[in-house]
Design a protein around this ligand. Structure first.
Ligand code: ADP
Ligand code: MG
Length: 282
């Protein structure tokens, strides 16, 4: 599925995260063939290994797989929430895509995170500070990217809340007084506050009621079309992947077992495991 053109936004190569102490056999004794991500010799856990893909500007990539397959690990590594074991990631708008962002200083990682990326977590408490108001949460993100006065911040915060369909008069209320769906909308507002070219969404509708899920997914789709932002959408739920994504990576036991156009994978899954996922959708 690799494209030859050079206009990628994010390029990921051999991204690997191992917990515990691996030995020289760990990578060869784990993965889909072994139905396990645990090394039988050392008990090291291969959360993900050898993950490579390119993401293009404005494209939506899905990462699907059952619980524990390594989906969150991939996006959390890319968002610098955790340290990689091995691999590289390049982001075109940063240093012309020449630097492995996973090996930059913490200061530079903060810059990249504040200006070039957004993250929406499954649990709103991971993405929002519940001691701040909803507007305060957005303000925090705006301030971290610098150069705004109080008036501008309030203006931008209300614009963002409006865009994500949160009643603007609730700007000074804390997220704890909001419904789950509304908390996710505030998280999305915060994540896109600085107009990043890249947004990660990790199981963002998983905890919500079905009717609320549908509305939040609609919002994400509208924002994507409106802003042209590239997204990596992580979900165990193929119906979410079907609704939002152009291309999909299927993960099992920390490895990519299949990748391709989402429509193609849904119509004609090649790998046994993808076939299982798709059959459960019908
Ligand atoms: P997913 O998001 O697909 O459910 P994760 O990326 O959260 O999967 O986890 C991948 C694997 O890594 C799982 O087997 C999980 O148990 C393991 N894992 C995640 N975090 C840790 C940790 N801090 N220590 C040890 N193993 C972990
Ligand atoms: Mg997860």
């Amino acid at each position: 599925m690799s494209r030859t053109d050079d206009n990628w936004l994010l390029r990921v190569r051999n991204l690997t995260k191992i917990y515990g102490e691996p030995n020289e056999n760990t990578l060869n004794m784990t993965g889909p063939l072994f139905n396990s991500n645990i090394c039988p010799e050392t008990d090291a856990i291969v959360a993900c290994a050898d993950i490579s893909f390119d993401l293009y500007p404005g494209e939506v990539l899905g990462i699907v797989g059952e619980s524990g397959s390594g989906k969150s690990t991939v996006v959390r590594l890319l968002y610098f929430d955790m340290e990689k074991t091995a691999g590289s990631a390049f982001l075109k708008p940063y240093n012309s895509g020449l630097a492995n962002i996973l090996e930059e200083s913490n200061q530079k990682k903060r810059f990249i995170r504040n200006h070039l990326m957004g993250m929406v977590y499954q649990n709103p408490r991971d993405g929002l500070n519940f001691r701040f108001s909803s507007g305060g949460n957005i303000a925090e993100k705006l301030i971290m990217a610098g150069n705004m006065n109080v008036g501008q911040i309030r203006g931008r915060a209300s614009e963002l809340l409006e865009k994500t369909e949160v009643p603007v008069q609730r700007m000074d209320d804390r997220p704890s007084s909001f419904s789950g769906g509304m908390q996710q909308r505030v998280q999305i507002s915060k994540a896109i506050a600085n107009n990043p070219p890249l947004l990660f969404l990790d199981e963002v509708t998983t905890g919500l009621d079905v009717s609320v899920q549908a509305k939040v997914l609609d919002l994400i789709r509208e924002l994507q079309q409106d802003l042209g932002i590239a997204m990596i959408v992580v979900s165990h739920d193929l119906s979410v992947i079907r609704m939002l994504t152009d291309r999909t990576i299927v993960l099992k036991d920390g490895r990519i077992v299949e990748s391709g156009l989402t429509d193609q994978i849904l119509q004609d899954p090649q790998h046994e495991y993808s076939q299982l996922l798709v059959s459960s959708l019908l």
